[in-house]
Design a protein around this ligand. Structure first.
Ligand SMILES: [Zn+2]
Length: 167
């Protein structure tokens, strides 16, 4: 593969331990041992992320079962991945389309009951179960979620780190 910038140079490959996966629009998703192609001429770096469909589903499953409340970006991520549009989800959630949009931009917070129902809707779309109990929503959310690819080429959550609580 050639550099998109220079178009001429053969790229070097390196493995990066921890790569913040900005492309998913979530700030705290870290991918472990990711291949990078680096241009020796201009220094351009390209992350090589394989099996992104599985990666996004693994992130989504982690989110529907995570402790603490979903952030607005996480709600937006789940909605996009589910393929539901706001107009599809609003009647299921028994609320207005504008409310869904407000959740996505963080203007309004979901109630706990709404969030539990939202998570189970998203989980069923992933054909997985949501095992979150209401009490978990009050707990600390993981500050960083680290994923890696196993030997079968499937993405797995390797580690979650939590900020120390003040209590
Ligand atoms: Zn280059």
């Amino acid at each position: 593969m050639d550099c998109f910038n220079c178009c001429l140079i053969q790229l070097n490959e390196i493995i990066v331990d921890d790569y913040i996966y900005h492309d998913c629009q979530l700030p705290n998703i870290v991918l472990n041992k990711i291949k990078f192609r680096i241009c020796p001429y201009c220094g351009a770096r390209y992350a090589v992320i394989e099996n992104t469909m599985d990666l996004h589903q693994t992130i989504a499953l982690e989110l529907v079962n995570k402790k603490g409340k979903l952030t607005n970006r996480e709600i937006s991520f789940l909605l996009k991945l589910s393929g539901y549009h706001e107009v599809d989800i609003a009647p299921m959630m028994n609320c207005k389309v504008s409310t869904i949009k407000e959740w996505e931009i963080g203007q309004v917070e979901m109630s706990e009951i709404q969030e539990q129902f939202f998570r189970s809707l998203m989980a069923s779309k992933l054909k997985k179960n949501c095992n979150i109990e209401r009490k978990f929503l009050a707990e600390n959310a993981p500050s960083v979620i680290i994923l890696h690819m196993n030997e079968n080429g499937e993405w797995e959550v390797k580690n979650r780190s939590y900020n120390r609580s003040n209590g």
